[in-house]
Design a protein around this ligand. Sequence first.
Ligand code: NI
Length: 395
Amino acid sequence: MPIVNRIAEFHADMKAWRHEIHAHPETAFEEHRTAELVAKRLAEFGIEVHRGLAGTGVVGTLEGSGNGPGSDRAIALRADMDALHIHEKNGFAHASKNPGKMHACGHDGHTTMLLGAARYLAETRNFSGTVHFIFQPAEENEGGGRVMVEQGLFEKFPAEGVYGMHNMPGVEPGKICVRAGPMMAAYDVFELVILGRGAHGAMPHQGIDPVVTAAQVVTALQTVASRNTDPLDSIVVSVTQVHGGDTWNVIPDEVVLRGTTRSFRPEVHKSIEPSIRRIAEGICQAHGARLASMKYEMRYPPTVNTAAETERAARAAAAVVGADNVVRDPTPCMGAEDFAFMLQARPGSYVWIGNGSTAGGCLLHNPHYDFNDEILPVGASYWATLVEQTLPRQG
Ligand code: NI
């Protein structure tokens, strides 16, 4: 595999950085130690460091050595730094030292691959223009990427394109998946409060049972996908929490349902909230109950890659892993990504890099997951090649 030789030479350093980050996982907006480590490394490489966007965000800025035409151009590369609220079940030496927190999504590897690319590019500077290395907090649930954009990421660090990468267990190491158009889904959350009237469990006719009502709401919500949406559109409506009642013989006053939805097309995305409301209100009314409240929060938009930047990503990937190992047009994933907010602000492309075997529970968000150290130089070489190809050295 033609990874960049100089990057292969410091593979052991990258492994050590990755293990250090993995052992000290930090969750949303609390990535202080990780941000410190990233900032320190970037400064050591001779890269200008900016801190404070979205609290723990770090941005490194590096200019190429070419000073001819094109030296006013810039692109941005992004990695995420946060961990998850999971108790790690791995027994290896670099396992989490923070109980209840774990790098179970490989953001430790993403941060390391971008640091590896930064080190190489700072040594060689074999490009024209500027590259911004974005290390963002709070990718999981809390939208650290959105906060960085809102706080002026691309005004402070103008870039013509922005690029992201995530590891993918189950895809062979040495393969990179590239797709123009939708790659990851829009992600929303909802909460329904169904109000009935409490009664003795033996005398249900004296009350209004919110449990029976809620059960029918849960079932009927499946028709949002199966009956309200074009079968060729992808959509998920999942009720993931049911809360109500305290004991065996009491019908409670209320039941709370919570869940998540996923979708791609904007028209479909916008139709979900009114569909849920219509179904929940209608079923509540049919049973004499009431939909006391409904919250619907749009969390992440879909992650949609632009065509020209995706071609650049594919070309860089092919240069590193070979055209045969570039997986074109993989099936999109119903998971979500807050890189979507950066893609709303700038053209760009988000790729998956194969993390290899899923044996032993090496799946994203699994307590036995670990990032595959063997792909560190592959990902770092992809980043470096993308910069050298997209901002070719002139002058
Ligand atoms: Ni992730």
